[in-house]
Design a protein around this ligand. Structure first.
Ligand code: ZN
Ligand code: ZN
Length: 235
């Protein structure tokens, strides 16, 4: 039986020993000590934890921190490195993404083969095909609605129109020719509203630049002057 130690007042890392607190069974029965940690928490620990196991902070401070949010992982989640199911899902996603990026970096054909496998399976599985198409639509919609992609979309549409102008205009012409007079009237109203909105946006844009705004007003004045002159000449 070792001689009883007096640890009161001693420091073990972040722990300061306050006083004995009875006896405790940890392996064998031994002295229990009340300690206070630098974090402010007090707890009672077995003597051998301090003298042999090398405890230098309280059991709370020893808890692992969540890899995602940094909060302590509580004892209801043993062997987990995340504090909650939400953080666990984020961590799983991160791990999967890292794995994916490693695979893609190592193998240029990885994505093409994976997509091929998926389309093969979609041919056989109607439900899967439907689900994949839903996911693709949603992801395309997210991409289109992201303001960061607006310029790319504008450029793509402009290039598409420049390349297919004849076809697009013929298609428009055919659509207009096929309309009933009521549909045509409705179409005219819609187009006029679009044009009004466009002109509004253009004026707002120009107003934000005083130099350009002045030039624009001059141009409009000149236009109206000529219009008056032309009208006078006709009548
Ligand atoms: Zn502590
Ligand atoms: Zn967390």
């Amino acid at each position: 039986m070792p001689a009883p130690l007096n640890l009161a007042g001693r420091r073990f890392g972040r722990l300061r020993v306050l006083a004995t607190n009875g006896r405790i069974k940890f392996g064998r029965e031994q002295t229990a000590w009340l300690v206070v940690c630098n974090c402010g928490r007090q707890e009672t620990v077995a003597q051998s934890l301090l003298t042999q196991r090398g405890w230098r902070e309280c059991s709370w401070c020893q808890r692992p921190e969540c890899l995602i949010c940094g909060n302590k992982v509580l004892s209801d989640r043993p062997r987990s490195n995340t504090c909650s199911d939400t953080c666990a899902a984020v961590q799983r996603r991160k791990t999967n993404q890292e794995h994916y990026h490693r695979r893609v970096a190592a193998d240029a054909e990885f994505n093409r083969r994976r997509y091929q496998r998926l389309t093969d399976r979609m041919m056989l599985d109607v439900e899967l095909a439907k689900r994949v198409r839903q996911i693709q639509h949603a992801s395309g919609k997210r991409w289109r609605n992201d303001p960061a992609n607006r310029e790319a979309i504008r450029q793509y549409m402009a290039a598409h129109y420049a390349m297919n102008r004849v076809v697009i205009q013929a298609r428009r012409r055919a659509r207009l020719d096929a309309m009933t007079p009521e549909q045509l009237a409705h179409w005219r109203v819609r187009i006029r509203n679009y044009q009004r909105l466009y002109a509004q946006r253009y004026r707002d844009l120009i107003r934000s630049d005083p130099e350009r705004h002045r030039a624009y007003l001059d141009r409009m004045r000149e236009y109206r002057r000529r219009l008056d002159w032309a009208v006078k000449k006709v009548f």
